[in-house]
Design a protein around this ligand. Structure first.
Ligand code: PXP
Length: 237
């Protein structure tokens, strides 16, 4: 059964809307753990639009499950990751103007910079995952770079509005997942997963971890975070 990493960025988004102290993502992490989260995921963006450095530092000391930090390959971000030492760093692309992460990291085009980031993180003893699109060139590069895991970008699957397109995207995810697993990589996935579309992705053979944020936080506004995490856990199971 795949594990659930709960991305709590959007709790911080609500706090940053008023530049105040609430709601505190650290509290949200504790509630998510109570609901059964297997990991807590945060994205420390270069523009600090939601998660702040303080959040990451307090979470590093208080999260009892796995802490997964998403960050860009920029040297300044890698330096922070090496200092804080989360259990896993997932390397993601970042553009300042985007509303959310659009597409996976292009590890083929940015191979040298990605390799440098991976090397530094591995020297610090941190497991590295690459957040990539489900295509063979990206998987091959992830294997060459020697990362521990890939997180397949499920955005195209999530955004598909027609059954046939959704199925085609699912097939791409399953194929790319099979390649990654055959090469010995841990298989994770995430982005845009919801209570309606999660089950087929959770069923992909060898799926290890699903990282889900917006949909859980959106539901939590209505039903509470512990309950929202519990409901997602039971769907994945
Ligand atoms: N995985 C990665 C690498 C992401 O960048 C994000 C968004 O921050 C997620 C998972 C979660 O996406 P969503 O909020 O759409 O569930």
């Amino acid at each position: 059964m795949a594990t659930l990493g709960v991305n709590i960025d959007h709790v911080a988004t609500i706090r940053q809307a008023r530049r105040t102290v609430e709601p505190d993502p650290v509290w949200a992490a504790a509630l998510a753990e109570l609901g059964g989260a297997d990991a807590i995921t945060v994205h420390l963006r270069e523009d600090r639009r939601h998660i702040q450095d303080r959040d990451l530092e307090v979470l590093r000391r208080t999260v009892q499950v796995k802490l997964n930090l998403e960050c860009a390959i920029a040297p300044a971000m890698i330096e922070i990751a090496c200092r804080v030492r989360p259990c896993q760093v997932t390397l993601v692309p970042e553009k300042r103007e985007e509303i959310t992460t659009e597409g996976g990291l292009d590890a083929v085009t940015h191979r040298e910079a990605t390799a440098t980031a991976v090397r530094r993180l591995e020297e610090a003893g941190i497991a590295v995952a690459l957040f990539i699109d489900p295509c063979s060139k990206q998987i091959d590069t992830a294997v060459d770079l020697g990362v521990a895991a890939v997180e397949l970008h499920t955005g195209c699957y999530a955004n598909a509005t027609v059954d046939g397109d959704r199925h085609a995207e699912l097939v791409k995810l399953a194929r790319a997942g099979g390649m990654a697993r055959q090469a010995g990589l841990v298989l994770n996935a995430g982005h845009g997963l919801t209570y309606r579309n999660v089950v087929p992705v959770a069923r992909i053979e060898g799926m290890s971890e699903l990282n889900i944020g917006h949909s859980i936080v959106a539901r939590a506004v209505l039903v509470g975070l512990t309950q929202a995490v519990r409901e997602m856990k039971s769907l994945i199971a």
